[in-house]
Design a protein around this ligand. Sequence first.
Ligand SMILES: Nc1ncnc2c1ncn2[C@@H]1O[C@H](COP(=O)(O)OP(=O)(O)O)[C@@H](O)[C@H]1O
Ligand SMILES: [Mg+2]
Length: 233
Amino acid sequence: MLEVRHLSRSYEMNGQSVFALRDVSFSIARGEYAAIVGPSGSGKSTLMHILGCLDSPSSGSYRLDGRDVSSLSEDALARVRGETIGFVFQSFHLIPRMSALENVSLPLLLCGTPVRECQARAAALLKRFGLEDRLHHRPSQLSGGQQQRVAIALALCRDPALLLADEPTGALDPAATREVLSLLDEMHREGRTVLLITHDRHVAERADRQLRIEKGCLVQDSGQNLAESPYNM
Ligand SMILES: Nc1ncnc2c1ncn2[C@@H]1O[C@H](COP(=O)(O)OP(=O)(O)O)[C@@H](O)[C@H]1O
Ligand SMILES: [Mg+2]
């Protein structure tokens, strides 16, 4: 489902190119549950932004569902994001002035779904995640774990095939971390491709496959012997 080849991303700093990702190649099959793990500053979020079509590589290629997305226009990228990808972030990214129900309904409203249907689908997701008595609470009235469950409901509201979660447990205590990880397991069991990005080895162990990144390079892939990969010759 995801295929990156010789992907690099550099940032210009004081007239110099600083590489955040260097010649990264791997593929993730549809329905896989993989973790990208590495220390802070290793390039994980940079990679997530490219995989999520929020940023483009400096060089190399990225194919999503067989389509080369590096050549798409901004509008086309936004469409791919909306239809294919659900995002979960460390800091929840909910709109503070809106209730849980309004937050989860918003992406559906924005793509033209009738209001009643938006609310029914959002409420069903929130109920499924144990938030039936929190529908009208604002984010500030919810615990971190509850906010992250709202954020996961929001990520799922358009039924994406791919879930990208960047440090989804980074702001949570152990109990809320367990809840969020079990929701990710559930999303995987339902057939979604799940990519969990984390600096935490224990969190990464939840995934079926681990890709380790250090200083912008892919150094280990439990699903593949990198030395034998044709893409790393
Ligand atoms: N917009 C940016 N401009 C310049 N450097 C950046 C930018 N974003 C990230 N970097 C640098 O790229 C490297 C990787 O960052 P990041 O992908 O956020 O790592 P991680 O998510 O693994 O902590 C870091 O050295 C960071 O300072
Ligand atoms: Mg990061």
